[in-house]
Design a protein around this ligand. Structure first.
Ligand SMILES: *Cc1c(COP(=O)(O)O)cnc(C)c1O
Length: 398
């Protein structure tokens, strides 16, 4: 074992249950550890490195920008930031973009904007947000308060006030939770951390109509589902509706830290000078990386590839379900796929790792697959062969 692992366990905050794997380098969909072992990456740094590891064009863009201008603060204009905002506006429902550094921060901005919007409208009593059970919105005080998972909130009470939790995909519960103090509804089109649970199209359309009728803001957390993960640039495009506010982070700069909160003009108006800020938000460096990501998406038809390989992958997972009694459900969209088991998933994650495949488990028993969007069917076939073996072995022991 790498001696640095022992040191890491002494000097790092013990907040993560890390796998015993010391990674040194990557290329495309492959990662290499300190012993030279190779792994096929079906997690992509939790849906972050969507164009794969060490992408030469992104490395080049970052290097070129690092030699030119890294950071000046938001007291000034810089070209990569303006260009990135313009590209995101052009490709989405939104008119304005606020840049920050992470998903949680993007959601903080969205929640602050929702409250502020109604204060500016002269309706200061409207501040409550309807959110979903099993959701995940981040680890800051506001975003963990909005997260529908007790294990994430435990020990941090008192939580931020003003969140009303309802079951996901239950329209009656949602409309019943809306009251005179409600300002917004916030949800993930697909709950990633919550077990890869997709919203029903009918449900999302009904939620959109309800928000219009009641004058509520609809906030989509697309931190995991955005940037092509489902086969469209943004997941809302799969459902024939658009939110009023959308948050992005994870894959936006393929691994450089960036978050973004996008909003329609009518909503974004509530964020005037001095109302919200971030020192690092939208530095020329991260924006140059994100711009190159968007260039590559277009030139290499990444969305089409994701849709095709995603469908192939999902079919292959359904094949596993037919062959293995311990597979209970297969779900997801594009290359955000989940396989629910009738047992704990961690042993399978470990067994796959031993065989050179990195996968992930959420909610204890749902294997989550979020490979780079550039993954090919050959890699999918290899994983499925591995999963067949691993499931056989675990079922024999069951
Ligand atoms: C990862 C994630 C977040 C939090 O992002 P951080 O960058 O870790 O703060 C929020 N919402 C969703 C849906 C996510 O997947």
């Amino acid at each position: 074992m790498n001696p640095l692992i022992e040191q890491a366990d002494r000097v790092l905050a013990a907040t993560y249950k890390r796998q015993p794997l010391f990674l040194k380098s990557g290329q495309g969909c492959k990662l290499r550890d300190d012993q030279g072992r190779e792994f096929l990456d079906f997690l992509a740094g939790i849906a972050v490195c969507s164009l794969g590891h060490a992408h030469p064009r992104i490395a080049e863009a970052v290097f070129a920008q690092a030699k030119t201008l890294v950071h000046v603060s938001n007291l000034y204009y810089t070209q990569p930031q303006v260009e990135l905002a313009a590209r995101l506006v052009e490709k989405s429902f939104a008119d304005r973009v606020f840049f920050c550094n992470s998903g949680a921060e993007a959601n903080e901005a969205a929640l602050k904007l929702a409250r502020r919007f109604f204060k500016e409208k002269g309706q200061p009593h409207r501040y409550r947000v309807v959110v979903m059970k099993q959701s995940f919105h981040g680890r800051t005080m506001a975003t963990l308060s909005a997260t529908g998972q007790k294990k994430i909130q435990k020990g941090f009470e008192p939580l931020l006030e003003g969140f009303d939790f309802v079951p996901f995909n239950d329209f009656d519960a949602l409309s019943g939770a809306v009251g005179p103090e409600t300002c917004a509804v916030m949800l993930e089109p697909i709950q990633g951390e919550g077990g890869v649970r997709c919203a029903d199209p009918d449900y999302l359309q009904a939620v959109r109509r309800l928000c219009d009728e009641k004058g509520l803001l609809l906030i989509f957390d697309e931190i995991q589902t955005g940037m092509g993960r489902t086969g469209k640039l943004f997941a809302y495009e799969q459902f024939g509706i658009a939110p009023d506010i959308m948050t992005l982070a994870k894959a936006l700069a393929n691994g450089l830290p960036i978050g973004a909160m996008l909003a329609k003009e009518a909503t974004a108006e509530a964020f005037g000078p001095g109302v919200h800020a971030s020192t690092f938000g939208g530095t020329p460096l991260v924006c140059a990386a994100a711009l190159e990501v968007l260039n590559i998406f277009e030139e290499e038809k990444i969305l089409q590839k994701c849709t095709a390989v995603g469908a192939y992958f999902k079919d292959a997972l359904k094949g596993l379900k037919e062959r293995h009694f311990s597979v209970v459900d297969v779900r997801g969209m594009g290359l955000l796929l989940g396989m629910e088991l009738d047992k704990e998933g961690d042993p399978l994650v470990a067994a796959c790792r031993e065989r050179g495949f990195l996968i992930n488990c959420v909610q204890g028993n749902v294997l989550r697959f979020a490979p780079p969007l550039i993954i090919d069917t050959g890699a999918v076939d290899a994983l499925i062969r591995c999963m067949d073996d691993v499931l056989d072995e675990s079922e024999k022991a069951q």
